[in-house]
Structures are given as structure tokens and as C-alpha cells.
Design a protein around this ligand. Structure first.
Ligand SMILES: Cc1cc2nc3c(=O)[nH]c(=O)nc-3n(C[C@H](O)[C@H](O)[C@H](O)COP(=O)(O)OP(=O)(O)OC[C@H]3O[C@@H](n4cnc5c(N)ncnc54)[C@H](O)[C@@H]3O)c2cc1C
Length: 419
């Protein structure tokens, strides 16, 4: 079948959306109206457990509705239930969809369809691809990332959660932490230590772990902002079959780097959270207008700084997306992630100037105190998926070719590394 032009595709998609969704009353951007409807600039959800579960269920239902026509996976090939179209078609659908009431976004949705699905595609055996790809893309199942541990975050290769081979099975023991959305997940992509006698980067193996096996315990962590985005996940003699190993034995580091590459790429475009999170230019400008401070030269300079940053960021991301037509994102994805988190931080600074005390004292005035959720949430993405400092190391070493930082334990067997 001939590939439809973007215009043809848009016509069909618009018709389908009109039949299957309700138009949105006020749309972000030009038609954002100050004082109307709900004002949200939150970065992380602050929902009760059941409300968050309901949100994920609503996202699943909408995604599966789209899957009836392949709109859930515009750029994925038909082999995976998608339409096999270009980035331009994908963007066109997103633009159209944004005009309709949809359930919104959730980090776990982006992790499942964006990161875990991409990683399974990159490393899965034909059987694993057959088993996982469509369910992940359709969100028949949700899957989270089980990488970080109490003693292994930036230095992920230091991780110590153990996977010990026992015939055709693996026995898992240890702890993961900061596992976003694990309490709502059916599966986790785990990186575990399978060989303690080789250098740390070489002794890891990746697995898809079902959460309904014995020996897996998930404990949500309560955040100071109210929600519970993260979890601790404990493995106590949990047994899984070898056919859930993703990639070869000892390939865990390669698998992890692939997922993290997609995460940088994905989160810099806001996809990791199911869309752009936190505040944005139209809301900032509308708030400054409402506060009557757009004549203040200091505020004007700060507003322009943010406008320039967000415009350049959007164009850089667009160029990177157009260049990376396919394949695994390289270290360049780190640049996009740094720009994104710097933009969020800059926005926090500017809105603080605009709102002053109204940012921290709830006056009840629409669209003011809510900005606290952006300011308190933005730092989280400076850490998630590799901190800003680590991204700068990656750019320095792998994009600019600067000398690497000293890594004294690089060649030591993992068991001999002091900890
Ligand atoms: C919102 C959010 C979601 C997350 N979701 C998940 C998830 O779903 N699954 C998962 O496995 N993990 C998740 N994480 C964990 C995340 O990957 C780690 O927090 C991150 O890798 C940093 O590790 P750490 O917290 O151990 O900090 P550390 O590694 O201990 O870092 C502490 C500080 O030291 C700096 N630092 C460390 N090493 C260097 C270096 N070499 N050079 C310069 N500075 C350095 C860091 O930048 C940081 O400022 C999430 C974290 C956040 C904030």
C-alpha cells in the first residue's frame, strides 16, 4: 500500500478522532485562557494510589482504542501493530490528538511504550519480540525500569542485585530503588549482577521479570510532595526462566546503555512522562500578564531569556529527531536532555521573579500557587535518567572527545571493588 501523504493521513486521523473523542475545551498554546478551567504545571503526579491506577487504566483504554487503527504506534511497523509512517506523520497525529480530551500522561506509559519496547526490539529473540512487543505498545502490560540500587545510581555498573544461574532458571536476590511506577507494573526490565569475577561492566545480565512470581516485593516510597512515584523492589530467591533473559549473559551493560539512550532522547522531548511536563511559555506569559509585571524591565529580560531558551530547545530537538530517523540514540541525546532540564530550571527562576511571595503563600488566586509544583518537581528530572553532571561527562567524553575522568575500578573484578 502506498504511503499516505501527511495531508491525507491528517484528514483520515482527524475524521477518526472526531468520531472517537471529545474536542478539548481550551487547548494549550494560543487558545490557553487565563482563569479558565484547571491550571496545572505539575511535573510529577500527586495522586492517591487508586486515582493513579485509574489514570493508568484510562490511558490503557484510550491507547487500545487507538491501536484499533494503528494510531498508538504511527511510526512502528505493521509487524508490531503500527502504521510504519514517518516522524512527520507521528507529529501530525500528536498535534491533532492534542485538540481532544484524552486521559493525559503518566511516566509509566512512556517507559513502557518508549523505553522498554525499544529495548526489547533491540535485544529480544524472535520469541521475545513476538511475546512482548505488541502487548507493550498496546499497554496490555505495563513495564518499569529496575536499574538503580541504593549503592548504584550514576555509577550504575556498580550494581549488586544478583542473578545466579540454576539450570534453565535464574535466581534473583537483592534490592532496586527509585523504580518509577513499579507498583502499577506487570513486568520490570532488570539489570542484575550475574558474574562477580569479571570487571563491573562485563558481569551484568538483563531480564524481563514478571512481578507475579514468588519472591518479588514492591514497597512504594512516600515523597515529600505527597505522591508515591517511586518504589523499592526486593528480590528474595525469585526464580525466572532463562527465556526471559534479554540479550546474552554479560550483555547487561549494553542493554542498560540502550535503554538510557532512549530515555535521554525520550525525556528531552517530554515523552518519558507522556508529554511535556511542568510549565511552559504560554502559561508563563499569561501568569506574568495577570500579575501586571510585563513592564518591569527585569521581568521582561527574564521572560525573553526563557522564550529564547525554549525556542532553541524546540528547534534543536526537532533537528535531532529528524536526523535520527532510525536506530539507537547516541551520546547526542544527552545534549537534548541537558537543554530540557536547564529550561525547566530557568522557568523556575523566572516564575519566582514573576510571582514573588505568591509562589509559596497560597492566596487562592487562580494560576499562582500551583506553580510550586513545577518549582519543586523540576529538580527531579535533573537526576532521572542520568544526572546533569553525568550527562555533561558523556557530552565531554563522547561528543567533544575530552579526556575521560579517572576510573580506578574499571578493570578490577567486581568482587574486589571496595564498597
Ligand atoms: C524522577 C526520577 C525517576 C527515576 N526513575 C527510576 C526508575 O524508574 N528506575 C531506576 O532504576 N532508577 C530511577 N531513578 C533513579 C536515577 O536513575 C538515579 O537517581 C540517578 O541515576 C542518580 O543516582 P543516585 O540517586 O544514586 O545519585 P548518585 O549517583 O549518588 O549522585 C549524587 C550526586 O553526585 C553527582 N555525581 C555522581 N557521579 C558523578 C560523576 N562521575 N561526575 C560528576 N558528578 C557525579 C550526581 O550528579 C549527583 O549530583 C529515578 C530518579 C528520579 C529522580
Amino acid at each position: 500500500m502506498a504511503t499516505p501523504s501527511v495531508e491525507e493521513f491528517e484528514r483520515e486521523a482527524a475524521e477518526w478522532l472526531a468520531q472517537n473523542a471529545v474536542p478539548r475545551r481550551a487547548v494549550e498554546g494560543d487558545t490557553f485562557v487565563w482563569g479558565e478551567g484547571e491550571f496545572s504545571v505539575s511535573v510529577f503526579h500527586d495522586l492517591a494510589h487508586d486515582d493513579e491506577k485509574d489514570l493508568l487504566e484510562a490511558l490503557r483504554v484510550w491507547n487500545q482504542k487507538k491501536a484499533e487503527r494503528g494510531y498508538h504506534a504511527v511510526r512502528w511497523s505493521s509487524e508490531f501493530g503500527g502504521l510504519g509512517l514517518d516522524a512527520a506523520h507521528g507529529r501530525a497525529f500528536q498535534r491533532l490528538e492534542a485538540q481532544y480530551e484524552t486521559p493525559g500522561g503518566h511516566e509509566l506509559f512512556g517507559v513502557t511504550t518508549g523505553l522498554i519496547a525499544q529495548t526489547v526490539k533491540a535485544f529480544g529473540t524472535p520469541e521475545q519480540i513476538e511475546r512482548f512487543m505488541e502487548p507493550l505498545l498496546r499497554t496490555d502490560i505495563y513495564a518499569c525500569q529496575l536499574f538503580s540500587e541504593p549503592g548504584a545510581g550514576s555509577d550504575l555498573a556498580a550494581l549488586g542485585c544478583r542473578a545466579t544461574r540454576d539450570g534453565d532458571e535464574w535466581v534473583l536476590n537483592g534490592q532496586k530503588v527509585w523504580s518509577s511506577g513499579a507498583q502499577f507494573s506487570d513486568w520490570g526490565l532488570l539489570i542484575a549482577r550475574s558474574d562477580v569475577d569479571v570487571a563491573k561492566h562485563r558481569g551484568m545480565t538483563a531480564f524481563m521479570v514478571p512481578f507475579d512470581v514468588d519472591g518479588v516485593e514492591i514497597r512504594p516510597i512516600k515523597q515529600m510532595s505527597g505522591g508515591q512515584s517511586f518504589n523499592e523492589v526486593f528480590f528474595s530467591d525469585a526464580r525466572i526462566p532463562d527465556n526471559l533473559r534479554l540479550g546474552g549473559e554479560g550483555d547487561g551493560w549494553k542493554v542498560a546503555l540502550t535503554t538510557l539512550g532512549f530515555e535521554r532522547d525520550h525525556s528531552s522531548s517530554g515523552g518519558g512522562s507522556g508529554g511535556r511536563v511542568g510549565g511552559n511559555w504560554p502559561k508563563l506569559l499569561a501568569t506574568a500578564d495577570a500579575m501586571g509585571c510585563t513592564d518591569d524591565p527585569l521581568v521582561r529580560a527574564a521572560l525573553i531569556d526563557y522564550y529564547v531558551h525554549s525556542t532553541v530547545e524546540r528547534l534543536v530537538n526537532r533537528r535531532a529527531a529528524d536526523n535520527a530517523r532510525s536506530g539507537t540514540p547516541g551520546p547526542e541525546a544527552s545534549l537534548g536532555k541537558i537543554m530540557w532540564t536547564e529550561g525547566m530550571t530557568l522557568l523556575s527562576d523566572v516564575i519566582s521573579k514573576v510571582l514573588g511571595a505568591k509562589l509559596i503563600a497560597d492566596t487562592g488566586e487562580w494560576g499562582t500557587y500551583e506553580w510550586g509544583e513545577h518549582v519543586l518537581g523540576a529538580p527531579g528530572y535533573r537526576i532521572a535518567g542520568g544526572s546533569d553532571e553525568v550527562q555533561r561527562n558523556i557530552v565531554g567524553e563522547r561528543v567533544l572527545g575530552l579526556p575521560g575522568e579517572p576510573r580506578v575500578d574499571k578493570d578490577l573484578p567486581w568482587r574486589d571493588i571496595p564498597r
